[in-house]
Design a protein around this ligand. Structure first.
Ligand code: PLP
Length: 407
């Protein structure tokens, strides 16, 4: 079991600020070893990577590449060459969409889901708009907040080029059936892209077991630095895909007429990358592995269950997503009758320094399907305790009294 008291001590923000931080699905706080690793780069390394012919650059490159090895191990990839460092999860998804667009022999349908984050909708929308080669379709979400597998099957065909979906919905918390989605897509020779932004922080994941073609996620949602994401791609695909961006360090040979790209992953990492963040991400994964992902999963599940149970017992609260007992990621979206989520979030902040998210959570199509203008969301991580859930529930009741006329 996680010892939350001990874990909390690792997070300077929790010492320096009086806050109950329940907005972890947006971004997480940073532990001391990760902050130290960032400073260590600036204090003791500081050079660029893959370019220098001197000791400092070699040492920096070694640390940098050891982070890539750690990421490969963390998701069970065959090789570190399948790990591309990006700016965030969003950039990874854009790279895939633009690359497939540039891939001259590709044409057909792209399937995403109604529960996707804008980052897994807009890159595809940009790709299909005005294109004669591609079309975009959405797989339905049922009123219980799960993916409609029958609808998915009916929309899949030999014309499907690629299927994109979130491992876990950032609004509903739904844990999608990765294997089923992947198997069905592969039966139709479609590529499978999982947006892992909400999965990788709390659940063990083995890429080979799931046979995904692509996976993307963000470092800052799993205690890592901002400005960094990961794109995993199967090696044979990364080899064949044209890079969408050009620049330094992604080419073997450039003449005025011709370009020969480097092998992946460098082919997809032009220019100077976020070196300090990449180095510090190695320390982040070490820290997470120290806590053990399975323990993190259990802890976050416990807090989420508590929040679902307690919110379900309040008559004026509506919660969204899978029913009680169904698998759910570490978040709960909800509305309090008669209070706009923005007002609720402001009230919780004023009443007890409770930080929650309110709005559309970058998932407007899903809110439209659910018939909602917006929602409030709480999301949990390693430094949250059951007491945080209870104080949040008390504050919701208090806010209702003040703003919603409840006696
Ligand atoms: C499911 C999902 N996908 C993608 C993203 C985008 O992540 P980033 O902003 O780090 O690119 C988020 C962020 O909230 C998310 O929840």
């Amino acid at each position: 079991m996680l010892n939350v008291k001990d874990v909390k001590r690792d997070f300077p923000v929790l010492k320096n600020r009086d806050v109950i931080y329940l907005d972890n699905a947006a971004t997480t706080l940073t532990p001391e070893p990760v902050i130290q690793s960032l400073s260590d780069y600036y204090e003791n390394l500081g050079a660029s990577v893959h370019r220098g012919i001197y000791h400092l650059a070699d040492e920096t490159t070694e640390k940098y590449e050891s982070s890539r090895n750690r990421v490969a191990d963390f998701i069970g990839a065959d090789s570190p060459d399948e790990i591309v460092f990006t700016k965030n999860c969003t950039e990874g998804l854009n790279i895939i969409a633009y690359s497939l667009h540039l891939w001259s022999d590709m044409e057909g349908k792209i399937l995403v889901t109604e529960m996707d984050h804008h980052s897994n909708i807009l890159p595809w929308k940009f790709m299909v708009d005005g294109s004669e080669r591609f079309e975009l379709e959405y797989v339905d979400v049922t009123k219980d907040g799960v993916l409609d597998i029958e609808d998915y099957k009916s929309k899949l065909s030999s014309e499907t080029v690629a299927v994109g979906f979130p491992g876990i919905s950032n609004v509903l918390g739904t844990v999608n059936p990765v294997e089923k989605i992947t198997d069905l897509a592969h039966e139709n020779d479609a590529l499978v892209i999982m947006d892992g932004a909400q999965w990788l922080p709390h659940r063990p994941f083995d890429i080979l077991e799931h046979d995904l073609d692509f996976l993307t996620f963000s470092a800052h949602k799993m205690l890592g630095p901002t400005g960094l994401g990961v794109l995993y791609g199967k090696k044979e695909l990364l080899n064949r895909m044209p890079p969408p961006f050009g620049g330094g360090e992604m080419v073997l040979n450039v003449t005025r007429g011709e370009v020969k790209w480097s092998d992946p992953p460098q082919k997809f990492e032009p220019g100077t990358t976020p070196i300090a963040q990449i180095v510090a991400f190695g320390s982040t994964l070490k820290y997470l592995e120290g806590l053990e992902i399975a323990e993190i999963e259990e802890h976050v599940n416990g807090l989420t269950r508590r929040a679902v149970n307690r919110l379900s017992g309040i008559p004026y609260v509506n919660i969204y997503g899978p029913r009680e007992g169904e698998p759910r990621g570490g978040l709960v979206s909800f509305n309090v009758e008669g209070i706009h989520p923005h007002d609720l979030a402001t009230a919780l902040d004023s009443l007890d320094n409770i930080a929650i998210r309110a709005g559309l959570h970058c998932a407007q199509p899903l809110h439209e399907v659910m018939g909602l203008n917006s929602s409030a969301r709480v999301s949990f991580y390693v430094y949250n305790a059951s007491e945080d859930v209870d104080r949040f529930i008390d504050a919701v009741k208090e806010a209702k009294k003040i703003l919603g006329g409840e006696k």
